[in-house]
Design a protein around this ligand. Structure first.
Ligand code: 1HE
Length: 268
């Protein structure tokens, strides 16, 4: 199914291939000929897409059409920009990726092939990342004479730490899918060709959560983790009380106590 979709998308020229799968919005980077490198048109399309998530969407899956997730910034546009244009360009990525990280619903990224530079920055803005064995992670900004500009210096150290990110940028080190899962680039590593289906299944699971819990995870958790612990503990109490006070939470807890809800299963 996913492959059929990807072949159809290869035919059109829009930078994003967007479709609905029930309550999940599927957003595909759709510049296969350029390995899904992100140009200005792609950022504008992503920004518009994440600015207008329909209210009945419960989660988003972002993926790359074809064999690669994303080769990063479209380098053909770099040469055209002067310094001030470069600053505004980077800020346009920040605005766009903020809408992904702090949007109305959780975002699951399906990673395969190249997850490079700005592609890794985009993946880092998602909440859950699923990778296939073909995925590899690189930050070749050092080789290209540039710097991350899509929020990578804030988000990527949260996943792997400053020292590993510095090493990637200074030495051109490339991490494999297995290493990436171990280090924290991706929370899941699945078989080849299984990433999209797994991401979709996780997104469907997320859609089944109470909306206020999803809201709290997207909006409150990262802010609490970033704040002074004294502020964080208070924010946590407030968020917990808000979520718990909602009718949805009460109904779910009652269902468990009445033995009508699923138990937590021990993994195999
Ligand atoms: C591109 C880009 C791109 C491919 N910008 N055009 N990103 C990089 O430094 C990664 C550069 N790309 C690569 O290293 C390779 O292209 C790949 C490993 C991703 C894929 O290799 P391959 O052999 O499958 O494809 P290819 O033949 O290298 O590329 C196919 C076409 O895509 C080719 O164009 P064509 O017109 O000759 O067919 C490539 O030029 C084009 N292409 N990647 C422009 N990135 C907000 S700041 C973020 C800073 C960064 O992201 S730095 C990292 C940039």
């Amino acid at each position: 199914m996913a492959h059929a979709q990807q072949e159809i998308n290869a035919e059109d020229r829009t930078p994003l291939a967007v479709e609905r799968r029930g309550r999940v919005l599927v957003v595909g980077l759709n510049r296969q000929a350029k390995r899904n490198a992100i140009n200005d048109e792609t950022i504008e399309a992503l920004d518009a897409c994440f600015s207008s998530i329909p209210s009945d969407v419960g989660a988003v899956v972002i993926h790359g059409c074809g064999p690669h997730f994303c080769a990063g910034l479209d380098l053909s546009e770099v040469a055209e920009r002067d310094v001030s244009e470069g600053v505004f360009h980077s800020r346009s990525w920040h605005r766009c990726f903020e809408k992904i990280e702090f949007g109305p619903v959780p975002v699951v990224a399906a990673l395969k092939g190249a997850v490079i530079g700005g592609g890794l920055e985009l993946a880092a803005a998602a909440h859950v990342r699923v990778s296939e064995p073909s995925a590899y992670y690189a930050l070749p900004e050092g080789q290209r004479g540039i710097f991350v500009g899509g929020g990578g210096s804030v988000r990527i150290p949260r996943l792997i730490g400053v020292a590993r990110m510095a090493d990637m940028m200074l030495t051109g080190r490339v991490y494999s899918a297995e290493e990436g899962e171990r280090l924290g680039f991706a929370q899941y590593l699945v078989g080849e060709g299984e990433g999209f289906a797994k991401a979709l299944a996780l997104a469907e699971t997320i859609c089944g959560n109470a909306p206020l819990t999803n809201f709290a995870v997207v909006q409150a958790l990262p802010r609490i983790a970033d704040s002074d612990p004294r502020v964080g503990y208070l924010m946590e109490s407030l968020m917990a009380a808000v979520a718990q006070g909602d009718g949805e939470a009460k109904a779910r807890v009652r269902a468990f106590l009445a033995k009508r809800a699923a138990k937590i299963e021990c993994p195999d």
